[in-house]
Design a protein around this ligand. Sequence first.
Ligand code: 26Q
Length: 818
Amino acid sequence: MNATSKIEPITEPAVPSRERTAAALKAAILEKLTYFVGKDPGHATEKDWSTALALAVRDYVVERWFEATRATYDGQKKRVYYLSMEFLIGRLLKDAIANIGLEEAVAGACEELGLNLEAHLQQESDAALGNGGLGRLAACFMDSMSTLGVPAHGYGIRYEHGLFRQRFHDGWQVEEPEDWLVSGHVWEFERAEVAYPIKFGGHISFDGHGRTFWHAEETVNAVAYDTPIPGWKGRHVNTLRLWASKPVEVLDLGRFNHGDYVSAAEKTIRAETISRVLYPDDTTPEGKELRLKQEYFFTSASLQDILRRFLAKNDDIRDLPNHIAIQMNDTHPAIAVAELMRILADEHRLTFPDAFDITRHCLHYTNHTLMPEALERWNTGLFRKVLPRHMQIIEWIDYHHLAEVQGRNLPINLDAIRIIEWGNEIKMGSLAFVGSRRVNGVSALHTELMKQTVFKDFHTLYPDRIVNQTNGITPRRWLYECNPGLRALLLESIGDKWVDNLELIDEASQFATDAAFREKFAAAKRANKIRLAKEIETRIGLKVDPSALFDIQIKRIHEYKRQLLNLLETIALYQAIRRTPGAEWTPRVKVFAGKAAPGYHMAKLIIKLANDIAKVINADPIVGDRLKVAVLPNYNVSLAEVIIPAADLSEQISTAGMEASGTGNMKLALNGALTIGTLDGANVEIAERVGPDNIYIFGLTADDVAGIRQHGYNPVATIDSDPTLKAVIDAMVSGTFSVDDSHRFHGVADRLWHTDWFLVTADFQSYFQAQRAVDVDYRDTDRWTERSILNTTKVGWFSSDRTIRGYAKDVWNVEPKF
Ligand code: 26Q
């Protein structure tokens, strides 16, 4: 889009409001099948019907979308822009049906047409444009911003291939490309006319009149694709705008005419590579450069779009902070600090100090990790090569910021607040901090640790900048849609006000001791467990007993999340059962699911260990149904929607101080699982709300961990003094679970013996004891159900609606409409 074009005109809706009846939907589905899919009902495939159904529902969403856009356009409200490298939105059809209130109509239409609605919902590909928590949080926030009527755009990348598909080959993780776009994505609208040039490389020149010019070596176009995100009751619909990279020229005709067909297409391939995959391997130099280009690509396109929209209605660029608030989801879009300054200074002719001042009033930064290896740093050589002008701007910011601070004579370590370290690395967290109005952590503990550790000196300098916004989850997807039994029970007992005001779910606490309610609650849980048991059998051929305790650990595989601790406890339990099979055991099904980063060898070895342990235990006739281990491949949002409602026990067992928040912990508690966890991340706040009787807290605290690490931990003494733990490690080392290769897990054991950075051995005994308490407590079915109910009813505060209200008030300074 060129600089002179104005915002897209908004017209009256083309069609009058649609009826939400089965008859209207049936007619709409048939119409879509005929005129869009181009099939008659007699010849339509299942896929054709799915497409027709989704398109019919989509019209209702689009209708609300136009109305919302018009209202925002007229209202001239301050807008929020959420910049995120990841949006883990999953499937959208069920979500749209629920939010627009079309459930009955759709069910009725499907029945009349003889369509299996559940099967059609599952036809949709799961949009996996993210890795884990950070990406799913962005998706929950989009849902909540629409529900609250906060005018917002999400901005990200339209990856052609989302997160890899995970398979197990002989128990090892194998990655396969994911292709969610292969048969089209009905929810997106290509906006070919909304395209911005994105430049890379080249050199900088200055004229004699204070102007600067960037002569780029390479330019690609960022083309917009829009997906409507409806809020509850369709009250408001925001837009998720994802950028695809396209070549500026379609084809090098010169080369083509010389018969050089492959190189004629080279530029196209190079350009399109930028939005090809989510997080290409960044362990190679090529991978690093591509990642940097991705970050700049979507940040620059988004800022150009934001300014274009602003300038269509406003003349004074200095007014920008009053009209927009930009949120950077981690440091992945932190280049926005330099890019916004570049646009303001080089294109709008503001001075650097003025440009910096405006930038610092528009941008906000959310930090999601304190782990040094996860904090982004860029080598200045690479950075200068790809973004020469931005390098100059960052040098300016660093120099002037430092000079200003030096003049203030404060008790801080100046080296710690430098953006460019040793002259050769850019610390993106520092850049984001210095360039933002507010910086937030994602749980109370995490925010406190930010102030005490990585951002200590920045916090001394700017004591009001760091604020906490504890994460949340959308109750629409994570209860209303995924847990039909519990939803129905809540609707009949307390109505539907909890769906967009989740704290009101507390009204159901009074029924925790009501026998009839308990029975219905337990029946809903049982139905969910039967559903999961079927899923387990379909996926991995393992039969599990739905009356066993379902013990769930689902999340990315990472050493700090300590799946290994759970596996060691699994082995200990296995050994105990084998020793005295006749004792009173509480039958358990341990479920693990999660992906490991392709280059993370230890995480992949842990997956292999889980699969090897499962194989031995599941085949052991002495153990039988007392213990089963299900390791499910290809964990994603859709699988989470089946697992979470079926959980009895939620494993949140990270080394204290290392999990910024967690959000799976909230989803599982809301669906009635009791947490077994450390005092880490949002577990601390969950424990405060459900109370000590309804959660199993064990292990070292964050303070303990810091103390132990400072003095140096020696695991040998711990292991030698704990016969249970010793026997577990011995079994792992002697090949009990790897008869074909008894050395396979020596690396795992070595880490435990020598460093045990994640303090697995230190927490083992306390975890093992907590699990034995779970065993005993689970047998008291009524009491367990009561505590399960209280988990559901006491965690309403963890709604992402509450989180977004917090951001609106403390960070963005906007007023939600609803
Ligand atoms: C960085 C550089 C290069 C390549 C990849 C990355 C990268 C990618 C993804 C770094 C971090 C992530 C994702 C982080 C993440 O998901 N963090 C989680 O965020 C959740 C939402 O706040 C928290 O609940 C979790 O505790 C946190 O681990």
